[in-house]
Write a new protein. Structure first.
Length: 285
């Protein structure tokens, strides 16, 4: 009897060792810690940035705080706090896959290539790549970049498009927006290419704003989504439900007006086409 019991215990131990531990899901992690950790930016006005008083604010942050966080808290049946960590184009995916953050909420374009590594929420903002140039520049659009020194953010969609589709441009990659804009101001590059909303924000921040212009129409489609770890359908549903509820109730458009309206930090009108596109993403209850 004793020998049988020992053998049984040995078998249980062997089975336990052979069975891999089940990874903790995002919702389980949030429930355990009571914290939703979001990766976001520090200098992308008005999507996500820090003020001179070191206050972390922005359109994406408001959406997380006012639309997504309540949805997660309700699902888990307890108050959940929000923690913010800095993410950048080179680090944001690794922050997700290493479980350092639970959600990336910033100016991240949803692409098919990125979907191989992470999942995305529905689209919450639409823009496109353009060029920031000094007034009077001969660069008026993508057709004028051959042989020109063009700044772009490292690992950004703009850098990828220029490298692959316009190889005659002399691409210069920079780690962040201030460095890229400084290079343009100092004459190290002829233009800075990025999402139009980024560039509009830069113009709004400089004292000599009349010295700079946005050149050309969009040469890319940049649908911003919030990135999540792969195969987390329960958490993704909560993120999407929060965004859909905000669009359906009008809260989304109130926040948009706050950050992009005529008197906002970066006036960037919401076109009727984009507004309708956002509304069509709201599925019936």
């Amino acid at each position: 009897m004793k020998r049988t019991l020992i053998l049984g215990l040995c078998l249980v131990t062997l089975v336990s060792l052979a069975t891999p531990a089940v990874a903790e899901t995002t919702l389980e992690k949030i429930a355990r810690t009571g914290v939703l950790t979001v990766g976001t930016r520090t200098g992308v006005v008005p999507i996500a940035y820090k003020t001179p008083n070191n206050e972390w604010v922005g359109f994406a942050i408001d959406l997380v705080e006012q639309a997504i966080l309540p949805e997660v808290s309700q699902k888990l049946g307890k108050p959940i706090t929000l923690e913010k960590k800095e993410s950048t184009p080179p680090t944001r995916i690794s922050l997700l896959t290493s479980n350092t953050v639970d959600l990336v909420a910033e100016s991240m374009t949803d692409t098919r290539t990125r979907r191989e590594t992470v999942d995305f929420s529905l689209t919450y903002f639409v823009t496109g790549a353009q060029f920031l140039v000094p007034k009077g520049s001969p660069i008026r659009g993508i057709q004028d970049v051959a042989g020109k020194r063009i700044a772009a953010l490292h690992a950004s969609t703009s850098a990828k498009l220029l490298r692959e589709q316009h190889p005659t441009a002399q691409l210069r990659e920079f780690p962040d927006q201030p460095a890229a804009f400084a290079a343009l101001q100092q004459g190290q590059v002829n233009a800075y290419s990025s999402d139009g909303v980024y560039l509009a924000a830069l113009i709004g921040q400089v004292p000599n704003r009349d010295a700079w212009v946005l050149a050309g129409d969009f040469y890319s489609y940049e649908p911003y989504g919030m990135a999540l770890r792969k195969n987390e359908s329960d958490f993704r549903a909560l993120v999407n439900n929060g965004l859909m509820a905000a669009i359906e109730s009008g809260k989304y458009f109130t926040l948009y007006e706050k950050w992009f309206g005529p008197t906002a930090p970066v006036p960037y009108p919401l076109t009727p086409e984009v507004k309708r596109f956002l509304q069509l993403q709201v599925v019936p209850k």
